[in-house]
Ligand binder design. Structure first.
Ligand code: HEC
Length: 209
């Protein structure tokens, strides 16, 4: 009886040890997984840097719709004497890898791309260009309509104080590449009145720190 009893105890002890080992390795595996997940999410995403053609034109950046969206200034025709230069929503994005660095450094790193896509409002029903939808009277986003892009590169764009300015059409489709604009076309205005390093951070709460 005693031997049977001790045999059963030994069995139980072995089972207990085996269970402990399984649980412990489970805990270790889980801890490892959590650590690898948290360290990978803490890593800076791979940066998407600007690409240029052999003749120095900027290539239309890919996947900008997946970038960090910072805001949509709107300057409708009805508030600008009937003919606004840019009557569309100006939907602005920043390249996500650059945004991660910006959050830490509070400065735009070399290679930052800002993408402003123009988006027409749906046709108006009222003299001010507004229309009425179930949510109320106002302006509602419609067709896409070209893009403006800026790139930070202090050496390449020294003439315009560190940012290059590019227009990829004021209609669709967007141009596949664009030539850099002169100081008196774009940069002068950004230099004069944009809050931070030629970017209008005053209109983008995510960047206005
Ligand atoms: C007369 C002033 C003026 C000129 C000229 C001008 N911009 Fe801007 N730009 C602005 C203002 C103001 C904003 C932000 C508010 C808005 O979009 O209405 C802006 C926003 C932008 C943005 C979004 C990122 C940011 O800096 O806030 C880009 C990209 C941009 N402009 C590119 C261009 C390009 C390219 C040209 C020339 C083809 C140009 N701009 C000419 C005034 C100007």
């Amino acid at each position: 009886m005693l031997s049977t009893g001790s045999g059963a105890e030994n069995n139980d002890a072995r089972k207990f040890l085996a269970m402990t080992a399984v649980i412990t390795s489970g805990v270790i595996a889980t801890a490892f997984l959590v650590q690898s997940l948290s360290s990978s999410s803490a890593q800076t995403p791979t940066r998407q840097l600007p690409e240029y053609t052999a003749s120095g034109e900027l290539v239309l950046p890919k996947n900008f719709h997946e970038w960090v969206y910072v805001g949509s200034p709107l300057t409708p025709n009805a508030l600008n004497g009937g003919t606004a230069g840019f009557p569309e929503y100006h939907n602005v994005y920043i390249e996500p890898g650059s945004y991660e660095i910006y959050k830490k450094m509070n400065a735009f790193p070399e290679g930052t791309i800002m993408f402003k896509e123009l988006q027409l409002t749906l046709p108006g029903q009222n003299p001010d260009g507004s229309r009425t939808e179930p949510s109320g009277r106002g302006y509602f986003p419609g067709a896409l309509n070209g893009a403006d892009v800026t790139v930070k590169d202090s050496k390449r764009f020294a003439d315009t104080q560190g940012w290059g300015f590019f227009n990829f059409n004021h209609h669709e489709p967007k141009a596949p590449t664009a030539k850099v604009k002169a100081l008196n076309e774009c940069a002068y205005c950004h230099i004069a009145s944009a809050k931070k390093d030629e970017v209008w951070t005053q209109f983008y709460p995510l960047l206005d720190k």
